[in-house]
Design a protein around this ligand. Structure first.
Ligand code: DAH
Length: 326
């Protein structure tokens, strides 16, 4: 009555043909649903004579278990195939990613640059960027840098021809931006600069951030206030800071900002000053009416200070195990 062999044979034939979700769902309907084979068999079992029930019950259980186990097994197989895309060429974008597809992380220089830009954006500076191949005049002459300045020397700078070079600093952005603008001017810029330098703390290419603010009555206290706030923001704890008189051809007066590091050593982290009237004149801004300050800093240096890195080269080796630490 419960012809196990025959029924299992039919079931096996059917399940063998199951290759996709649709066919496995059909089988489930046929065998496991309310009106499916198993329930029908159960009904028959209930209606059978009492004396046959123990034996038939055993057969029923065997068939039921076999069918459920097999269906589950095939279902898993189909699901797995689907996820591996063997069956079709679709990509299942909802699958969780595997660990070995890790997407990496931000480069420490990017982390610091983002922080710097975030700070200055919040206090109202606008972004403006310029080319890495710069006009010689913008890089030197219009910034009041004379031909006897060391960076003018052929040995220290990557020249393209007499009129073009790889910019040695981001300060030419001051000229580029201000030459056809009227104050108020409040700009922050960043990018690569190039010098023929190469040792533990220098690379031929590095990054700088430059900012300048020109308006009526801008003075040194504005500069000092912003730089202090910025350093406290970047280094979190209140570092000791000092402004030391310095010389830059494009600012007057000029200063270097030093911070005290954890070993109690003073380290220079940026240059700044009041924009030289000559520069304002060069870009047709009335220096009697307007004044401004400017500052420039190396991002590698700040990154090394922030993360206690002693060899600048590790920033460029792109060793993922090192970069992942930041
Ligand atoms: N351009 C300078 C350098 O590369 C840095 C600098 C110093 C920028 C003073 C400034 C500044 O804007 O006011 O060494």
């Amino acid at each position: 009555m419960f012809k196990i062999k025959k029924n299992i044979k039919i079931f096996k034939k059917k399940i063998k043909k199951c290759k996709d979700i649709e066919s496995i769902n059909n089988i489930k309907l046929l065998y496991l649903s309310k009106n499916g084979y198993i329930n029908k068999l159960k009904k028959k079992l209930k209606e059978s004579p009492e004396n046959l029930k123990p034996n038939l019950g055993k057969n029923f259980n065997f068939i039921k278990k076999y069918i459920i186990k097999k269906i589950n097994f095939i279902q898993k197989k189909i699901n797995k195939k689907k996820s591996l895309n063997i069956n079709n060429n679709e990509i299942d974008i909802f699958l969780p990613s595997k660990n070995y597809f890790s997407i990496g992380n931000k480069h420490p220089i990017t982390i610091i640059l983002n922080k710097i830009e975030h700070f200055f954006e919040k206090i109202g500076f606008n972004f403006f960027y310029g080319p890495e191949i710069e006009k010689t005049n913008y890089n030197f002459k219009l910034l009041n840098i004379g031909k006897n300045h060391p960076s003018y020397n052929i040995k220290n700078t990557f020249w393209i021809n007499k009129k073009l070079l790889l910019r040695t600093q981001t300060s030419p952005i001051q000229i580029r931006y201000m030459k056809n603008k009227k104050p108020p001017i409040k700009i922050i810029t960043s990018g690569c600069v190039f010098r023929k330098d190469n040792d533990n703390t220098h690379t031929p290419m590095f990054h700088q951030v430059e900012g300048f603010w020109v308006d009526k009555k801008i003075n040194f206290t504005h500069l000092k206030y912003i730089i202090k706030k910025f350093i406290y923001f970047l280094f979190k704890n209140k570092k000791k800071i000092k402004f030391i008189p310095a010389y830059f051809p494009f600012t007057e007066p000029s200063a270097e900002v030093n911070i005290k590091n954890t070993n109690n050593k003073w380290l220079e982290i940026l240059g700044c000053g009041m924009i030289h009237p000559k520069i304002l004149k060069n870009v047709n801004i009335n220096y009697k009416k307007y004044s401004g300050f400017a500052f420039g800093m190396g991002i590698e240096r700040l990154t090394m200070l922030k993360f206690n890195i002693t060899d600048i080269k590790i920033l460029y080796k792109n060793n993922i195990r090192i970069l992942k630490q930041f």
